[in-house]
Design a protein around this ligand. Structure first.
Ligand SMILES: [Zn+2]
Length: 403
């Protein structure tokens, strides 16, 4: 081909990309509030230490969401103003139809980011989201559970320069010991992670270095008075896993007497090891493993942690991995197992088998807690999973489930 033809083809491709980009924007909208199916905008789930949980009315009578930001009521320990000294935990939507994980935990000016999926393009959603919450531009801790695209892609973004690593200064990066995958995104992730260490002052440890407290790594990190996290042990830090998900780094946050558990995409063998090797407490909050897949949240783990609130990062009902309805996330099996312990289950995003469209379930899920009081608010609504239209059309709540 002559150079002229190549140039012509390139400009044609660019034009096509621009047109497709414009279409995608109008299809996807920006973020919350575009589903409208569940109604019930706003409202807050709140509970005392027993985690009873009650749904506030649509008028948000005990509302603690963004509407209060900046009011700064010094007498209200749960006021989400600039002086909020508790812990804020956010599960953001990822801006597309693909399942993936991201959790931001924040106390004062200290942030912990766990994972950043689901696709490279999710950086377009997550970088502005993080700028809103991480105003000093420094993510003190970044935890990356395993090397699958749906947990790492937004750290890199489309070309590295627009990803989270390039957009923020990172303090301590803690990630997986091993990977089997040879995917391009996993090697890009490692290259950009190493660049953070070499050129931007970050420190990098694996979960095993943290567990063994070698090379300056710590098993436990204190975020604020009474708030800390610890890296838990599971055997796949040191043995080969046939399934990438079992390499997941597991983290337990503690705030006073309360605990919040994050296990990435850990599957049954990993969950068994996690239970055997750690003295796990009852957990107020559990991010359901592997997007609510039937391979995770097994009874071996749930019977020990007995979660009171469960958040699931997924696109509910998406046919991304299976066309069998009951096995789409969150699976009927997972619902059946969680139902013994809690009905307070929340899901970020509503998927679609049309593949090009998505909507919100709860939307971005925000939890505020001072260790005693606990509130949960979805940017779209705060409806518990079993009461949603999607659940009622696609899942059943078992007769033995918590009512
Ligand atoms: Zn995943």
């Amino acid at each position: 081909m002559t150079k002229k033809i190549v140039r012509y083809l390139l400009s044609l491709a660019l034009l096509l990309a621009l047109i497709l980009g414009a279409c995608a924007c109008s299809l996807f909208g920006t973020n919350a509030g575009n589903a409208g199916e569940q109604g019930d905008t706003g409202g807050t789930q709140s509970g005392d230490n027993n985690g009873a949980g009650s749904t506030a009315g649509p008028d948000g009578s005990d509302d603690t969401d963004k509407g209060d930001a900046g009011k700064d009521d010094p007498d209200d320990p749960m006021d989400d103003g600039n002086d909020f000294q508790g812990l804020k935990i956010i599960f953001p939507e990822l801006g597309n139809t693909s399942n993936g994980d991201c959790t931001l935990l924040k106390t004062g000016d200290t942030e912990v980011l766990i994972d950043a999926g689901s696709k490279r393009e999710s950086a377009k959603r997550l970088v502005p989201f993080l700028r809103e919450h991480c105003t000093d531009g420094i993510l003190e801790y970044v935890i990356v559970t395993h090397a699958h695209e749906d947990h790492i892609a937004a750290f890199v973004g489309q070309n590295g320069t627009d990803g989270i690593f390039s957009s923020f200064k990172c303090g301590t990066i803690i990630d997986f010991v091993s990977k089997n995958t040879t995917s391009r995104i996993s090697s890009d992730y490692i290259a950009w992670r190493d660049n953070e260490v070499k050129n931007d002052g970050a420190v990098h440890y694996t979960a095993l270095q943290c567990w063994n407290e070698t090379d300056g790594a710590q098993r436990e990190y204190t975020l604020a008075e009474g708030i800390s996290f610890q890296i838990l042990y599971q055997k796949y830090y040191e043995t080969k896993a046939s399934e990438e998900n079992n390499y997941s780094v597991c983290t337990l946050f503690t705030q006073g007497d309360e605990h919040y558990l994050f296990t990435g995409d850990l599957e049954k063998g990993g969950e068994e090891s996690l239970v055997q090797n750690n003295d796990l407490p009852h957990c107020k909050l559990y991010k359901a493993g592997h997007h609510g897949s039937k391979t995770s949240s097994n009874d071996v783990l749930l019977s020990v942690i007995q979660p009171k609130y469960v958040c699931i990062c997924c696109c509910a009902g998406s046919a991304e991995y299976t066309s069998t309805n009951e096995n789409t996330f969150p699976t009927q099996d997972t619902v059946d197992r969680l139902a013994r312990y809690t009905k307070n289950i929340f899901v970020t995003t509503l998927g679609s088998n049309l593949t090009s469209k998505y909507g919100c379930m709860n939307g971005d899920i925000t939890i505020l807690t001072d260790g005693t009081q606990f509130s949960l608010t979805g940017s779209n609504n705060s409806t518990i999973l079993k009461d949603t239209a999607w659940f009622q059309a696609n899942r059943t709540w078992p007769s033995y489930g918590v009512e």
